[in-house]
Design a protein around this ligand. Structure first.
Ligand SMILES: NC(=O)c1ccc[n+]([C@@H]2O[C@H](COP(=O)([O-])OP(=O)(O)OC[C@H]3O[C@@H](n4cnc5c(N)ncnc54)[C@H](OP(=O)(O)O)[C@@H]3O)[C@@H](O)[C@H]2O)c1
Length: 323
């Protein structure tokens, strides 16, 4: 495993990390959750990602059960939660001071820990002033409830405004943004967020680096019955386009040529980007965790020539324009 600092903070996060959306406490039983987290910890993964919304708290309860019994020293792992909504009542969602504080306390109870290392605003809340969010996050840091805070899928202008508030009021600003990034979805990390990496050293905990498994190559020849896309909602299946599958087939050929598997190619490609602090994978089986964790050591296989060939597959329009 390799470790990177989370943005401009001093926190050392494993380049591959493990998340709990759709899986732990929801579609994956407790024994398999334990096996996945243990496989991760053994492979050097030190960051586990949660959220109040995942199974309405079930994912964090499942991870908490593992953390309670595993006996891992608290200073050897990083745990996160994300806040946006946990119930239907008006006060059970949003980013108000009330919900931020209550969501943090509830996550601590579910996970069975005394503090969260990372706490994210899971989505923007147009009803809460950014000042209220920045001030409350700073208070949570001062009270020792969280160490670092960040955002998920916030616009660059909102993140910039939050840095400005923090600077003006002498508070701790956001450390990281959690955003979708993979070979098939790269607009924000390679575009909108770039000025924030340069100016503020914003870190990123990117999610769905395998496009929910599409970039493992498992859909190249059909829909495996026990897979995320077979079981998933319509919005997910819509991403299973012929164009995407054809791209992954061509990428799989490159992976085979350089002697690695498709998931390694996809994850190593993400990690070639220095603005990616960690790539959060998901897993329904411990074998997937073991396989994916090894990708952190594969970035050297992606030589400039291989990166160029990958680019021609991902962005054929660039080639057409150039040609
Ligand atoms: N902030 C946000 O809004 C947000 C949104 C989404 C996710 N996240 C975070 O990011 C984490 C990862 O997201 P993700 O689950 O979309 O990540 P992903 O790594 O792109 O996809 C994970 C899924 O792909 C399949 N898979 C993984 N490795 C495999 C392998 N080696 N071989 C075959 N299949 C494999 C598994 O599904 P099957 O076995 O079921 O096919 C697994 O559940 C989440 O758990 C969550 O913590 C955050």
């Amino acid at each position: 495993m390799i470790y990177r600092t989370l943005g401009r903070s001093g926190l050392k996060v494993s380049a591959i990390s493990l998340g709990s959306w759709r899986t732990f406490g929801v579609s994956v039983d407790q024994e398999t959750t334990r096996a996945c987290m243990e496989a991760a910890y053994e492979a050097g993964i030190n960051f586990f990602d949660g959220a109040e919304a995942y199974g309405s708290g079930a994912a964090e309860r499942a991870m908490g059960e593992v953390l309670r019994s595993a006996g891992w020293p608290r200073d050897t792992y990083i745990i996160s939660s994300k806040v946006i909504r946990v119930g239907d009542r008006p006060t059970q969602g949003g980013l108000s001071r009330k919900h931020l504080v209550e969501a943090c306390e509830a996550a601590l109870r579910r996970l069975g820990v005394d503090y969260l290392d990372l706490f994210f605003c899971h989505r923007p809340d147009p009803d809460t002033p950014l000042e209220e969010i920045v001030h409350t996050m700073n208070e949570l840091i001062e009270r020792g409830k969280i160490f670092y805070w960040g955002t998920s899928e916030f616009s660059a202008s909102d993140i910039q405004a939050m840095y400005a508030i923090a600077e003006r009021d002498g508070l701790v600003g956001p450390t990281m943004e959690q955003t979708n990034h993979s070979m098939l979805h790269r607009k924000r990390v390679e575009g909108e967020l770039l000025p924030l990496f340069k100016r503020y050293g914003l870190g990123t905990t990117i999610y769905s680096p395998l496009a929910v498994g599409l970039l493992t190559g498992k859909y190249n020849d059909g829909l495996p019955p026990d897979s995320a896309y077979a079981k998933g909602a319509d919005w997910l299946r819509k991403r299973l386009t012929q164009e995407n599958i054809e791209k992954v087939r061509q990428l799989t050929a490159i992976a085979e040529e350089i002697g690695i598997c498709m998931s390694h190619l996809a994850l190593a490609w993400c990690l070639k980007n220095p603005n990616v602090s960690t790539a959060i994978i998901g897993a329904s089986r411990p074998e997937q965790v073991k396989e994916n964790a090894a990708a952190a050591d594969m970035t050297d296989r992606l030589t400039p020539e291989i990166m160029e060939r990958i680019e021609r597959i991902l962005s054929p329009s660039i080639e057409k324009a150039a040609g």
